[in-house]
Design a protein around this ligand. Structure first.
Ligand code: AMP
Length: 113
């Protein structure tokens, strides 16, 4: 499949891994928009947030629990942080593989992704 994130999961494209288990991978964004900018993705190819359903919801819950753990370990809890999932063209989704951005380490404006 021609998906950048599937290639990262397969090890065909390098990434700076932050966390990995059998269902989830987290790595640093290649173009960080904040001092801490990490992407958390399912290893299973889910095209976007719009494809979340009752069947894969437990996986999504696991992704979110992992995101909270990473934010804690990155020292973001005290200052706060943002979780973002861009869905579709109007939201500016550029990679069609479900991902949650963890953004923190500075004051975030409402405009920023
Ligand atoms: P979105 O625009 O919400 O679809 O987010 C996609 C994100 O993936 C962007 O923030 C990109 O900077 C990031 N990205 C694209 N390619 C890579 C890569 N090879 N390694 C790490 N992050 C990437």
């Amino acid at each position: 499949m021609d998906c950048i994130f599937c290639k990262i999961i397969a090890g065909e494209i390098p990434s700076t891994k932050v966390y990995e288990d059998e269902r989830v991978l987290a790595f640093r964004d290649i173009a960080p928009m904040a001092p801490t900018h990490i992407l958390v993705i399912p290893k299973e190819h889910i095209p976007s947030f719009a494809y979340i359903n009752e069947e894969n919801a437990p996986l999504v819950a696991h992704i979110l629990a992992v995101a909270a753990k990473i934010a804690r370990e990155e020292g973001l809890e005290e200052g706060g942080y943002r979780i973002v999932s861009n869905c579709g063209d109007d939201a500016g989704q550029t990679v069609k593989h479900l991902h949650f951005h963890i953004l923190g380490g500075r004051k975030l404006t409402l405009e920023m992704a």
